[in-house]
Unconditional design. Structure first.
Length: 219
């Protein structure tokens, strides 16, 4: 009887430890203030002629120790809170004002305050033709967004590969420009993380086939 109880207790403990480990922090990094950023394969090229500050919050393109958190696709969901939560596939980025933490295989709670995101990938769509074949259509050209840090001009281009596009953009701020070139798939949104009454602009640059992801904050 005691042996059976011991086995049950050990089994329950193993399950609890396993669940705790899946939801534990697997990686922590700290914001890095960028002046200009150089080209490194999928890494963004940043040219900043404004008074805006650009911070890199996460980058597994240049940091070999950072986890690869994107699989065959990128299902990105963003939720308000302290910390800000960015769910990407089976990982969760917890964004604090002073650091970023990653949980692998997090327990997805029912979040109520969803943040709207703008997502641009390969900028193409498939059109079925009457003869059963398909035609590829590209939705290219510029799009404009008004943000708290300035006017964002998105320059949609044709895809770099089957799952990753090209979406460079430029921000006009007080007559000067901040340019992000060599951007793959793009996701951006605004959020007042430090609660100072002004929203920061968060930018995700990701390349699915290579599992590359970089997260920037502009303020």
């Amino acid at each position: 009887m005691n042996i059976i109880k011991s086995v049950i207790i050990i089994s329950i403990s193993t399950i609890i430890c396993s669940c705790t480990q899946k939801n534990s922090i697997s990686y922590t990094c700290f914001p890095e203030l960028l002046v200009n950023d150089s080209d490194n394969f999928a890494n963004a090229v940043i040219t900043n002629n404004t008074l805006l500050d650009v911070y890199c919050l996460f980058n597994n393109i240049t940091d070999s120790l950072a986890p690869k958190i994107i699989g065959d696709h990128a299902n990105i969901r963003v939720f308000e809170g302290n910390p800000l939560k960015i769910y990407i596939d089976e990982s969760c980025l917890l964004v604090f004002p002073d650091r970023l933490e990653i949980k692998e295989k997090p327990t997805l709670l029912i979040e109520k305050k969803v943040i709207d995101t703008h997502v641009f990938t390969t900028n193409r769509s498939m059109q079925k033709l009457p003869d059963g074949t398909s035609k590829v259509n590209y939705d290219l050209g510029k799009k404009y967004f008004q943000t708290d840090v300035g006017t964002l001009e998105l320059k949609r281009e044709s895809g770099g590969c089957d799952d990753t596009g090209k979406n460079p953009f430029e921000i006009q701020h007080n007559g000067n420009s901040l340019m992000f070139t060599n951007i793959g798939n793009l996701c951006f949104f605004e959020y007042d993380l430090d609660k100072n009454g002004k929203k920061e602009l968060f930018v995700l640059n990701y390349h699915i086939c290579a599992s590359y992801l970089a997260l920037y904050k502009i303020e």
